[in-house]
Design a binder for this molecule. Sequence first.
Ligand SMILES: Nc1ncnc2c1ncn2[C@@H]1O[C@H](COP(=O)(O)OP(=O)(O)O)[C@@H](O)[C@H]1O
Ligand SMILES: [Mg+2]
Length: 256
Amino acid sequence: MTQQVPAIEVKNLTVSYGPVPALLDVSLSIEPGQLVGIIGPNGSGKSTFIKSLLGFVKPDFGDVLLFGEDAEKAKGRVAYVPQRGSVDWDFPITVGEVALMGRYGKQPWWRELSSEDHDIAEHALEQVRMADYRHRQIGQLSGGQQQRVFMARAIAQGGDILLLDEPFAGVDAATEKAILDVLESTRETGRTLVVVHHDLATASEYFDALVLLKQRLFAHGTPEQVMHPELLSEVYEGTLRIFASLQNEAAAGGDG
Ligand SMILES: Nc1ncnc2c1ncn2[C@@H]1O[C@H](COP(=O)(O)OP(=O)(O)O)[C@@H](O)[C@H]1O
Ligand SMILES: [Mg+2]
């Protein structure tokens, strides 16, 4: 077996905004072509982890390597779909323009986008099944449709690594399935996907590997390795009991 360079390698990563670190001494590596879920309770550092890979936050300590290179150097190989709440939806821009935004970073500012850029953006919209909406204002779409348009922008960027922060948050079941299909077909193109995910009920089913974070790295491995009740109850503490009882309620109410 040939040894390949990890898509992502994080060594002793420590990040803080204030006196308490949001991430403490996190080390892990992710092989290319994997669909990886990041789980952990609210405030456990999931978004901070993603932002560290993008170079948006500066580590106090530690290194981030992308394909063996300094994250700064490999920046052009990473595309990002932010958490939906962090985007201004009143901004007057169409679906087609959002997808095209994925192409702007690829060339010098003085050059117009080529017809190839337009084709790539259009193809990305087709992949997420949003091409028919290309002239719509982004603010007029449902949450799930907006999410898919932002995935198209990231796909159009052509990065080898796609980072998505809670893409399933607040979408209906049909959209969740559509988004999962896009993630899986994107993985088939050989890209590496790292996805922040808040739903423990679907984590095993959706991902090749899981990363369990709460300030520190608690586990990283196959879903079977990570989804251990004792480990989860340690990390989620009281919140998991609430989660479990919600699940029971939902199951009890499901047939009524
Ligand atoms: N910009 C910021 N300024 C100050 N504190 C922050 C900032 N962003 C995140 N934090 C804090 O860092 C911790 C981790 O946050 P975050 O990475 O957003 O967690 P998660 O995405 O898992 O909910 C939390 O305690 C949060 O309050
Ligand atoms: Mg977050």
